[in-house]
Design a binder for this molecule. Structure first.
Ligand SMILES: [Zn+2]
Length: 273
């Protein structure tokens, strides 16, 4: 699942083939960009912002995309051709090519063309970016505590508080903090919330250069045993790596778009559904 680390990694790959080079071909397969053609313009850079991806193009334009739950960009170069892409071709939403390579976006739930000077307005709602050069932990803490009764997992997922955390890190961070995901964020002692936010930055930073995300130390070098890579996310019914209790799931979020939280009922005391 794409989170801040995935977007950071993706932006870097896109930057390698696009930045500083004229676009030789663009193809946007969404209705409102169907007639947009950026060929001939120089691509300037690809930059991550939380879970958003910004490809800036000469002439003050920005291709803004979000990977949502299922989206992906794949890069192919003459030296490293993409094998099979990231899905069938009818799922392709965008293609940007330079002489150095081709970037293909699949299943992008958000794809739009902005004026670069409109980026701040479009993304101004985002809280401090966990992987951004302007990361501001005190501001993230202030925002997290603005609604102290909110369940921790929901506060962590709200990109207006801090940008970059998705379902995987939200679950893993609650486990590492040894509290139930439903604990009201304001009930966590300040030093523990501070530690949790620092852990969030460290985890995303540690994973931003690779695609096989890991949050456990034990999994750091154990090869293909994927079940060891995460503490609780996606591990329903399997034994907690710490205490052996089966990992459970519960719902949170608005009733019309509920999300699933993963937790160990023993290692993570507090309110459970
Ligand atoms: Zn446990």
């Amino acid at each position: 699942m794409p989170e801040g680390d995935t977007v950071w990694y993706t932006a870097r790959r896109l930057h390698e083939v696009l930045a500083g080079k004229p676009l030789t071909r663009t193809d946007f397969r969404v209705p409102r960009l169907a007639t947009t053609d950026l060929a001939g313009r120089r691509a300037l850079e690809a930059a991550p912002r939380g879970k958003h991806l910004l490809i800036r193009v000469e002439g003050g334009l920005t291709v803004h995309s979000h990977l949502g739950m299922e989206g992906a960009w794949r890069v192919s170069t003459p030296e490293r051709p993409a094998r099979g892409g990231a899905g069938p071709s009818h799922q392709i939403r965008a293609v940007l090519a330079t002489a150095a390579g081709t970037a293909t976006g699949y299943r992008l739930p958000l794809l739009e063309l902005l004026r670069t000077d409109e980026e701040a307005a479009a993304l101004g709602h985002l809280g401090p970016d966990l992987l951004g050069p302007d990361w501001d932990a005190p501001e993230a803490l202030r925002r997290l505590l603005a609604d102290p009764g909110r369940p921790l997992v929901e506060a962590l997922l709200d990109q207006r508080n801090l940008a970059g955390i998705g379902n995987v890190y939200a679950a893993e961070l609650c486990f590492l903090a040894a509290v139930s995901p439903w604990t009201p964020v304001g009930e966590l002692p300040p030093h523990r919330l501070e530690k949790l936010v620092a852990a969030a930055r460290n985890l995303l930073d540690a994973n931003k250069d690779r695609l096989d995300r890991r949050t456990t130390q034990a999994a750091a070098r154990t090869g293909p045993d994927r079940d060891r890579a995460l503490w609780v996310y996606g591990r329903t019914g399997r034994p907690c790596h710490r205490c052996g209790t089966p990992v459970r799931t519960g719902r949170h979020g608005p009733p019309d778009s509920p999300r699933t939280a993963f937790y160990c009922p023993r290692c993570q005391p507090g309110p459970h559904p």
